[in-house]
Design a binder for this molecule. Structure first.
Ligand SMILES: *Cc1c(COP(=O)(O)O)cnc(C)c1O
Length: 618
């Protein structure tokens, strides 16, 4: 299975693969040039050689050259070195060469995937990519629906769009054709399962009243506060959710933040309590959202527990839409799929990770609950995932997948279901009529497609790449946790503290002076250190390591961080009185740390830099 070499996929930290990149870009450019020339060779050149020698023409080229040089100097001076293993910040890394080349080549043709007419070449690639991603999530690709969005934001919007319109459909059916929902009271109408609602809507399609029903749903009547119930989201949610509830008209008062555990995962007991409270007051549940790979901690919510819970509630006549925000963590489901895309058994996962080369050394990742969470993702109604995060594809590429393709009829602005019946192929005529965006780059789709072709979405492809980064994160976490306290020339002794064992490839930590119990004092050290570990301006070459940071506040996280403070020996009172905890945060996407060869040296350099910097600031 060692047929993919990750090192051949990127330009590389030292531009090691520059020859191949240049060669392929030049080749693809030539292809395009000949393509133009070969279109009606009998047509004369529109730009003559004589004109090209004129001063105005030459001036224009000069001007372009100057502007591009200026751009290049700006880019080189102030870009962050994501390609380097010294970058320990946001979810960024080097991007895949297949993606970059595909993107650059396709941009010359400039397809617009809004409509088939604008993108005859790349529309089918988008449909193919949607199926591949649906399959990776465990959906039946023939029944599911997936496409590329501009990012996780828009994917979350679309998931909620499905959710909202779906929740309002049963009441709309009741208004248009009460017989179809005979015997169901209002509460029951607000608690039908996704499949049941979609089946009922199929009946309305047969009766020719689907459009009328849709006009009676929320998109015709608008949101009436509280009518559709509450949206339950963990405290660790991405900030896009705050925008979603605003723009979707759900309203912040219908947004329930569910408490997280000290592992930063949604607390299932709390979720259950919240649901019970709502049920008692006869308030419906619009939907529940889980996060797979939280943006600040990389935590993986226990999806399997939510799935179990929903099944239990459905027996009691309570149901809700279930969306997973896996913008960050979604691509890692590829780790759990064997070469035939079947979900690997828990007993086999670690040996297979090792054997496939996805993980080089012995490891204790994934734990059983992470495994079960990934496995159960196939039960969710829709899932967000970002190719521009763990897909190692350039911006902007997000994706939304829905388990049941019929949900798209609820958001469509022309009858997708009618067109789908009459079409000879599967290509949508006007993708733009049932997605949030309109004009969109076919080049992005080409980049995602080319990456999936080179790296299949299973353990033999993406799994190998992402497995590596998981292992780097586990290694980083262990090294920090085991790093002994150290005394510096200022006479003070310090120690590193890690937040939790990472569920995903993100590590959070702080340094504290041994004996210090003041949160404020620890925060001061973190912020002063961070100042030296962030890029603010000037030549980036002067940076040694770069990281990011985040703040956990009582308002956002409740008491979840108290456990961490206790571990460090910090007095929790300051936190409970409103002082946030500042913490370092590193998303470790780098494919370029060979743990067997490079790790010891890497770690020694990192700790040496840390010690030197602490001495400078404290
Ligand atoms: C990054 C992220 C998003 C937003 O994605 P964009 O691509 O930046 O729009 C949403 N949810 C989670 C969990 C994320 O990590």
């Amino acid at each position: 299975m060692k047929d993919i070499n990750v090192d051949a996929l990127f330009l590389g930290p030292k531009s090691e693969n520059q020859k191949f990149l240049k060669e392929m870009i030049e080749f693809m450019l030539d292809e395009h040039i000949f393509w133009r020339r070969d279109f009606h060779p009998e047509d004369k050149d529109a730009i003559t050689l004589k004109e090209q020698r004129e001063s105005g023409f030459q001036n224009t080229l000069e001007k372009t050259r100057e502007v591009l040089l200026e751009l290049s100097s700006k880019l080189k001076r102030s870009s962050e070195p994501w390609f380097s293993p010294r970058y320990l910040g946001q979810m960024n890394s080097d991007v895949l060469m297949p993606a970059v080349i595909a993107y650059m080549a396709t941009i010359l043709y400039n397809p617009n995937n809004c409509a088939y007419e604008g993108a005859p070449a790349t529309t089918s690639l988008e449909i193919e990519v949607g199926k591949q991603l649906s399959k990776m999530m465990g959906y039946d690709p023939e029944k599911a629906w997936g496409h590329i969005t501009s990012g996780g934001h828009v994917a979350n919007f679309e998931g909620t769009w499905f959710m909202r319109n779906l929740k309002s459909a049963p009441n709309a059916i009741k208004q248009v054709k009460p017989e179809l929902v005979k015997g169901l009271d209002d509460w029951q109408l607000m608690n039908l399962s996704t499949t049941k609602i979609l089946d009922l809507l199929d009946e309305t399609k047969k009766l020719g009243i689907f459009d009328e029903v849709r006009n009676h749903s929320v998109r015709g009547t608008g949101m009436t506060s509280g009518k559709l119930g509450k949206l339950l989201v963990p405290q660790t949610k991405h900030y896009s959710w705050t925008k979603v509830v605003d723009i979707m008209g759900i309203g912040s008062e219908n947004f329930v933040n569910v408490q997280v555990t000290d592992k930063c995962r949604m607390d299932i007991n709390h979720l259950k309590e919240e649901i019970d409270k709502l049920v008692e007051q006869k308030i419906p549940i619009l939907g529940v959202v889980s996060v797979v790979g939280t943006t600040e901690e990389g935590a993986v919510d226990e999806v399997h527990e939510v799935v179990k819970l929903r099944k239990e509630y459905e027996k009691k006549g309570i149901s809700f839409y279930y969306h997973i925000d896996a913008a960050y963590g979604g691509y890692a489901r590829s780790i759990f799929l064997d070469k035939n895309d079947d979900f690997i058994s828990y007993e086999n996962i670690k040996p297979m990770l090792h054997e496939s080369g996805a993980m080089q050394m012995d490891n204790d990742w994934p734990s059983r609950d992470i495994y079960e969470a990934y496995k159960a993702m196939s039960e969710a109604d829709s899932i967000t995932t970002d190719p521009h995060k763990m897909g190692y594809v350039p911006y902007q590429a997000g994706a939304i997948m829905a388990k049941d393709t019929r949900v798209k009829d609820l958001v469509s602005y022309f009858a997708a279901y009618v067109f789908a019946q009459g079409m000879t192929n599967e290509n949508p005529v006007l993708l733009g009529s049932y997605i949030m965006e309109g004009s969109k780059a076919g080049a992005t789709v080409a980049a995602v497609w080319a990456s999936h072709k080179v790296l299949p979405l299973n353990i033999s492809g993406y799994g190998r790449l992402i497995g590596r980064s998981q292992e780097v994160a586990q290694r980083f976490y262990k090294a920090l946790s085991n790093e002994p306290e150290f005394t510096l020339e200022n006479g003070k002794t310090y120690k590193a503290f890690t937040l939790t064992k990472p569920d995903f490839n993100m590590v959070n930590w702080t340094f504290n002076e041994v004996g210090n119990t003041s949160l404020k004092k620890m925060n001061d050290l973190t912020l002063k250190l961070f100042d030296k570990f962030q890029y603010v301006g000037g030549p980036v070459y002067s940076e040694d390591f770069l990281t990011s940071h985040t703040e956990f506040t009582l308002a956002d996280y409740g008491k979840a961080p108290v456990h961490f403070l206790n571990k460090i020996g910090i007095d929790e009172k300051e936190f409970l009185n409103g002082t946030g905890v500042w913490i370092f945060r590193a998303s470790l996407l780098t494919p370029f740390l060979n743990l067997e060869k490079d790790w010891d040296n890497y770690w020694a350099t990192f700790m040496k830099t840390v010690k030197k910097t602490i001495l400078e600031v404290d």
